[in-house]
Design a protein. Structure first.
Ligand code: ADP
Ligand code: ZN
Ligand code: ZN
Length: 736
């Protein structure tokens, strides 16, 4: 009897497909989660087996054969398959694409791949102390980095290349030590992680404050079962120490820990703190790794040999058979949401996964999302607060600076310049926050006011001085700088407004005795550049820090005692109902960078609207008060988290098609329990040459949102223009 299997394959259809196991393979075991190669149309695709053998619904004659079974060593376990199926259902996303996205790139292909454990290096264990001392003496005194790398490996035991690189060392330095026969190269053992007391560096453990101790003990009472914990702790209150101590308890049970951070930029410092505490295999997952390195993380996590996986967003899909705890740090951060393709929220999936696998999940933030605070109010989450900083470091004070009545020099008010001088003269650092990269946000004609716009987005090009390019920040298109106005022919074109690149240049003129450094996506594009700049800042090589929201994220700048927010007004009058929340989070997070050590910090916020109630509330009453108020507003307006939202988005080469498409499906919908709003044009109606519209679904509960979404998808799939418009569903959208 031939056997048939349901298989998920990466095609844009919301269904699975049945294939036959051919005679020549019939001797083999085929388990749920096995990767297989199957024909689809005239292509060959990689799929994942979803079921035990099934009775086919189709005529068996029409069913195609599985072409090959891929190595069992790359199989997903049942737990993982169940989780991914739930993800696909929750987000109404094509199941095959969910599986494909959840796999490392190399496993989306059929090629022979190296599934061995990663290489690692440790101090040669066969060398006696005398030998070591002798060999060590052969490293030149001037080769400081080699010395340091050796010391690190001696302390840490075996380390993989991504770990060594993140600790600030180069391949050349590693090779130099190898050549001197100081190191042993091997592969990480594939044995399942087992805890031993000597793996914890107890000497680095901090004596917990009473608040911290309470949180650790409360969470520790909930291990081995599902529970969700929100740690609402001001910046610098020691959330990381709480994570570390709970992690230790989980590791003690021989279980694995998954830690998700929103930004790749946060991995070095977090990794460093983990390494200082735990001498266990820690694997990384982020976009800075190459495909092979990512596969190694996946594989050692899957085998259970990685004790800790430190990951960005998509790491939530890492298979971990002995998972005992998930931590989502900076849970409010919008980069946890994937904004294209499979649009998932990593925090929400972490919670879903924890529920399914019956384990605790910790969400941490100094500025929790309104969703999470709401869940805490409803007692769905355990709510823990950390209100103090250990030691005597104080939170920075915030002050509004009215710029509606005073002239600015390069965007800086007199008061701000004065405060900067005073701070710099004391030998302390200043952080200037400007959320706009590039030199200037537009180039305009001085005579007729024509603005050079991206034709594909109808938005001004940003001028990048260093590259001498105009770049559209919406679609990424670039062009050379224009010399002449296209409307009147004048050559008097000049930059309008100021971005970080320009600010950095101007500061050199204004503060001649001090050095400024810029931290934004442009200046840190090269691998290792961010770490290098952060290190130089820590060494006080720079006194003025200029940056975008990259600077707001989790970094510690102990010598920064003045933070200036140059331009926050945009968020005060936004169409986006989440804008005030995001802005408040940003302000508090940036403020949190200041005055970490014993030096008190100060935050100056330049605004044209110092009387604005949102700013007043935040500055005078703090984030918690602000959040409570914002939640009340959401409740009155019946917006999330008091309602459940989904979007159907559609786009096409003209404005008519997507609007009509959405209008049709919404008018065909009967008996919906949800309110439908729209279709309306997206706030950016045209992007990358496409006209964009959306239909909003608002449900009073999740079940009705799911039902209505399901119905709309069916209507969309039967619409005659379904192939002329590109459409997709976004559940719990973060932006319009
Ligand atoms: P958060 O993650 O909440 O911003 P961190 O965990 O980074 O805060 O802690 C801020 C600083 O306080 C760190 O330098 C950390 O070493 C220190 N710290 C944390 N907990 C303690 C403690 N119990 N005793 C002394 N110092 C602590
Ligand atoms: Zn002109
Ligand atoms: Zn564009």
């Amino acid at each position: 009897m031939p056997r048939f299997f349901d298989i998920a394959i990466p095609v844009p259809m919301r269904q699975t497909f049945t294939y036959r196991l051919p005679e020549r393979l019939s001797g083999q075991d085929v388990e749920v989660g096995r990767r297989v190669q199957v024909p689809f149309g005239n292509r060959t695709l990689i799929g994942v087996v979803l079921s035990e053998p099934v009775d086919p619904e189709l005529d068996p004659e029409k069913i195609k054969d599985i072409q090959a079974l891929l190595p069992q060593e790359s199989q997903l376990d049942e737990q993982q398959v169940k989780f991914l199926l739930t993800c696909a259902r929750y987000y109404h996303h094509p199941v095959g694409d969910v599986f494909s996205q959840a796999l490392p790139v190399l496993l989306r292909q059929a090629n022979d791949i190296d599934l061995r454990q990663p290489l690692c290096w440790q101090v040669e264990p066969s060398l006696s102390d005398d030998d070591l001392a002798e060999k060590l003496a052969s490293i030149a005194k001037t080769a400081v980095k080699q010395q340091a790398l050796f010391a690190l490996l001696k302390k840490q035991g075996a380390m993989t290349w991504p770990q060594i690189r993140l600790s600030g060392f180069s391949k050349a330095q590693l090779n130099a030590l190898l050549k001197k026969e100081l190191l042993l190269e091997s592969r990480l053992p594939s044995k399942v992680f087992r805890f031993e007391p000597k793996l914890v560096a107890t000497e680095n453990k901090l004596q917990l404050t009473t608040e911290q101790a309470l949180v650790v003990s409360q969470i520790s009472q909930h291990l081995n079962q599902f529970s969700c914990h929100l740690i609402d702790g001001i910046t610098g209150s020691g959330k990381t120490e709480v994570y570390l101590q709970v992690m230790e308890k989980v590791l003690q049970q021989h279980q694995q820990v998954l830690v998700i951070v929103p930004e790749i930029g946060l991995t070095p410092q977090t990794l460093h703190r983990f390494e200082q505490r735990f001498n266990v295999p820690i694997m990384l997952h982020h976009s800075g790794l190459n495909d092979g390195e990512r596969l190694q993380t996946w594989q050692s996590a899957r085998l259970g040999s990685a004790a800790i996986v430190l990951a960005t967003r998509s790491g939530v899909f890492t298979p971990m058979p002995n998972l005992g705890l998930i931590i989502v740090d900076e849970e409010h951060d919008s980069s946890l949401k994937q904004q294209e393709g499979f649009r998932y929220h990593s925090r929400d999936l972490a919670i879903l996964r924890a529920r399914q696998q019956q384990l605790p999940v910790i969400l941490g933030s100094a500025t929790p999302s309104l969703e999470s605070l709401h869940n805490a109010q409803l007692q769905r989450y355990h709510y823990h607060r950390l209100t103090q900083r250990p030691g005597n470091s104080k939170l920075a004070s915030m002050q509004l600076v009215d710029i509606s009545t005073q002239p600015l020099v390069y965007g800086l008010s007199g008061l701000v310049q004065q405060a900067m001088r005073t701070t710099l003269e004391k030998g302390e650092q200043v952080l200037l926050f400007l959320n706009r990269r590039g030199f200037a946000p537009a180039i305009a004609c001085q005579e007729c006011h024509w603005v050079c716009e991206c034709q594909r987005c109808n938005r001004p090009y940003t001028f990048h001085h260093n590259q001498q390019l105009l770049v559209c920040h919406h679609c990424g298109s670039q062009r050379r700088v224009q010399k002449q106005c296209q409307q009147c022919g004048s050559v008097r074109l000049s930059p309008m407004g100021q971005g970080t690149e320009q600010l950095e240049q101007r500061l050199a003129e204004l503060f001649t005795h001090y050095k400024a450094v810029r931290i934004d996506r442009d200046s840190t594009r090269r691998k290792g550049e961010l770490e290098k700049r952060l290190e130089a800042i820590a060494d006080n090589e720079y006194q003025i820090l200029v940056g975008t929201q990259m600077l707001a994220k989790g970094h510690h700048f102990p010598n920064v005692t003045l933070v200036v927010m140059l331009d926050v007004d945009g968020a005060l009058f936004s169409y986006d109902f989440r804008a005030p929340e995001k802005m408040a989070q940003l302000l508090v997070q940036v403020a949190g960078r200041a005055g970490r050590a014993s030096k008190p910090g100060k935050v100056l916020i330049q605004t044209h609207y110092p009387q604005h109630p949102l700013l007043q509330d935040l500055v005078n009453n703090g984030y918690e008060h602000f959040a409570r108020f914002a939640l009340m507003e959401r409740q009155q307006a019946m917006m999330p988290p008091y309602s459940f939202q989904g979007l159907v988005r559609a786009e096409a080469n003209n404005a008519y098609l997507p609007e009509q498409f959405l209008r049709d499906i919404s008018s065909q919908l009967n008996n919906s329990e949800c309110a439908l709003c729209g279709p309306v044009a997206a706030p950016m109606e045209k992007k990358a040459g496409k006209f964009r519209f959306h239909l909003t679904i608002l449900g009073k509960d999740r079940k009705s949102l799911h039902q209505t979404t399901q119905l709309l998808i069916q209507l969309a799939e039967h619409h005659p223009n379904k192939n002329k418009v590109r459409w997709h569903v976004d559940i719990d959208p973060q932006d319009m």
